[in-house]
Design a protein around this ligand. Sequence first.
Ligand SMILES: O=P(O)(O)OC[C@H]1O[C@@H](O)[C@H](O)[C@@H](O)[C@@H]1O
Length: 310
Amino acid sequence: MAMVSISMAIGVNTATFPSLKRCRRGMAFASLSTKASGVRVTEGEGNLPKLVLTSPAGSEAEIYLFGGCITSWKVPGGRDLLFVRPDAVFNGKKPISGGVPHCFPQFGPGPIQQHGFARNMDWAVVDSENPEGNPIVTLELKDDPYSRAMWDFSFHALFKVTLNAKSLSTELTVKNTDKIAFSFSTALHTYFRASVSGASVKGLKGCKTLNKDPDPKNPVEGKEERDVVTFPGFVDCVYLDASSELQLDNGLGDLVSIKNTNWSDAVLWNPYLQMQACYKDFVCVENAKIGSVQLEPEQTWTAVQHLSIG
Ligand SMILES: O=P(O)(O)OC[C@H]1O[C@@H](O)[C@H](O)[C@@H](O)[C@@H]1O
């Protein structure tokens, strides 16, 4: 049903929607407008709705409403800086394995499913703007029976994505709309395209580490002594109180600056031989909040990630 309504409403398969409100899978596509440039909706893989953001300079980003997942970010004349695993499924049930998946309300491991439920729910578009030609969209996620069966709290999350010529910014805001306090952990599980043998991350020296290899449930505490962290084998490590700017050399000729506000921690992950088909082609550098955020009713928490290329 959802697939039919999308293709019928879109017709030519693309549309822009400056006035689009609350666009969810299978609904609200009839309200698409074609007046503005820079944001359009189309059918993505598996017929899932996908937003395409384009800046006047020629940069481009793609976002699936399912999972609120940014799956592509290209700067003008450049390759895709993000990576989607070849085993990723786009069936609206399993999380999309690639791009920038959300981990919320649990980074994991923990009592609910690994990385929480935000990456397997439909987010909705609540706003889109185009100041100075550069597209900005805001998605939202609220609790529903599916989320409450796992985590019985009322919340409201907003995810604002801004595309500029050479940068991609996101702002995540979580509000406690319940009558009681709750706590959560969260991350942006960003998959960067890379040549793993040449990839490295700077900015982590001195951090306290929780190495999840070999046992994610019993991480080994340590301290990062290296200026430049590489990926010579399996890597699954949490960095506490990380710097507000990391630099990723993706080994393909790109230096990516990863700045943040309020994402206090970072995670590096590469599955090595656990994913023989693709481990050489990406590294995950994740901005995270590993220690719980406690929110009283009506309180909000906000964190910004700013990816840019020189
Ligand atoms: O396969 P998933 O659920 O996307 O998780 C992938 C990895 O994500 C990382 O963030 C975790 O630190 C790893 O422990 C985990 O294996």
